[in-house]
Design a protein around this ligand. Structure first.
Ligand SMILES: Cc1ncc(COP(=O)(O)O)c(C=O)c1O
Length: 400
């Protein structure tokens, strides 16, 4: 018998070597209690959260929590069925209406996760004989959607407009083309030049899908994302998003103005062949989305936090993923995995949680400490965070 686990041996070895130094496992942390969107108890200690996707701090919003409790009481704990059979309740339709209102678009389809939204829309829209032209740094759910649909995958260098255009021009005349982009790339926190990319894609006869997972709620005048901020939202065919970040719960969606969009409810397998979201989840999502429409002050404060943290980290001597803050994510580049893990643990001991990210999730084999800010972090907390980075950075030799 060939042990099918043997392909994981290098990873098992790497992990054992790292943990043999006595290091806390960065991928096994338990949050013992969560006090607010910005503070939890980890290892018995008050810990500032700087590694969640709770960008707009909606998880403890009283209206959101109340909507979830009410739906749980009135509709029970789950639907036990697919959206196309017994799994569509009034709450699912209300959630889709909230999305249509939020984006000012004609159609919205709610999936059980953002991962499934990408899997479903990409695999259904681009099948065998079609071409998907995508940024090489695309999220795993985008790649998995490509694989599921069997389309030809044509990757191009990250954010490289000319490379994208060159690949589009090489595709045979008459073939179906889908360009897949993200608004904010979550590893480095950088933004795509969507204004130019969408125009080039359209000029070359492609349909365009933009994943706005990390920009919804925060970027753009109404929080619709980078496509809104750069003035091309009306030219985008599909926007994919998630409820697991700014919305503060779980779930995924696609919005579109395409007149034939509704047919997807019958042909999109990751929509049809899975159970729908529990009523409490869609109720919290709908309430949160409606509140995000009216959150300009929180968006402004989040930008302030992002600028303050970026400037402070740079001043301390850390190397950052972007020259300027472009989103709520600030990536601190570590020299290697060992140093990154040591710095991660030193920060945790200081009382700060950040995400440790390593290959293959990261571009160019980098190890990153990813900081994601929340609109509810106070100015004082950002000051505390910088103090912790200074102490941990000096203790581990990451800065002098
Ligand atoms: C760009 C992007 N798309 C999609 C997803 C999937 O979202 P979900 O957590 O809802 O499955 C993520 C999650 O990390 C993401 O970063």
């Amino acid at each position: 018998m060939t042990d099918l686990f043997s392909k994981f041996d290098p990873l098992i070895q790497q992990r054992e070597t790292l943990l043999s130094t006595g290091l806390t496992d960065p991928f096994n942390l338990v949050m013992e209690r969560v006090e607010s969107p910005t503070v939890a108890i980890c290892n018995g200690k008050r810990t500032i959260l700087l590694g969640t996707y709770n960008y707009m701090g909606m998880t403890f919003d009283p209206d959101v929590v109340a909507a979830g409790k009410k739906a749980l009481d009135e509709f029970g704990s789950g639907t036990t069925g697919s959206r196309v059979l017994n799994g569509t309740y009034g709450g699912h339709k209300a959630c889709e209406q909230a999305l249509k209102d939020f984006y000012a678009m004609d159609h919205a389809m709610v999936f059980s996760t953002g991962y499934q939204a990408n899997l479903g829309i990409i695999s259904t829209m681009a099948g065998k004989d079609d071409y998907i032209v995508l940024d090489i740094d695309s999220h795993a759910s985008i790649y998995d959607g490509c694989a599921l649909g069997n389309a030809q995958i044509v990757p191009f260098r990250h954010n490289d407009i000319e490379a994208m255009e060159k690949r589009l021009k090489r595709i045979p005349e008459g073939a179906g083309k889908l360009v897949v982009l993200e608004g904010v790339y979550s590893m480095m926190g950088d933004v795509a030049p969507l204004d130019r990319m969408v125009k080039v894609a359209k000029a070359n006869g492609a349909m365009v899908l933009v994943d706005e997972a990390h920009s919804m709620g925060f970027i753009g005048e109404h929080g619709r994302g980078v496509a809104e901020a750069q003035g091309v939202i009306d030219e985008v065919d599909f926007i994919i998003g998630t409820f697991s970040k700014s919305v503060g719960t779980v779930g995924g969606f696609c919005v579109s103005n395409h007149p034939k969009f509704e047919i997807l409810r019958l042909v999109c397998r990751p929509y049809v062949f899975t159970a729908s979201l529990p009523p409490s989840v869609v109720a919290t999502a709908a309430t949160s989305i409606r509140k995000l429409m009216d959150s300009a002050d929180k968006r402004a404060h989040l930008w302030e936090n992002s600028k303050r943290l970026h400037a402070g980290l740079r001043q301390l001597g850390f190397t950052l993923g972007t020259e300027e803050p472009q989103s709520a994510i600030i990536a601190v580049i570590m020299p290697d995995l060992e140093k990154g893990a040591a710095m991660w643990e030193a920060l945790l001991n200081e009382g700060l949680y950040v995400n440790l990210a390593r290959p293959p999730a990261t571009p160019a084999n980098m190890t990153l400490l990813r900081c994601s800010l929340c609109a509810l972090h106070t100015e004082e907390q950002v000051g505390e965070i910088l103090g912790m980075f200074a102490a941990a950075g000096r203790a581990t030799g990451c800065i002098s």
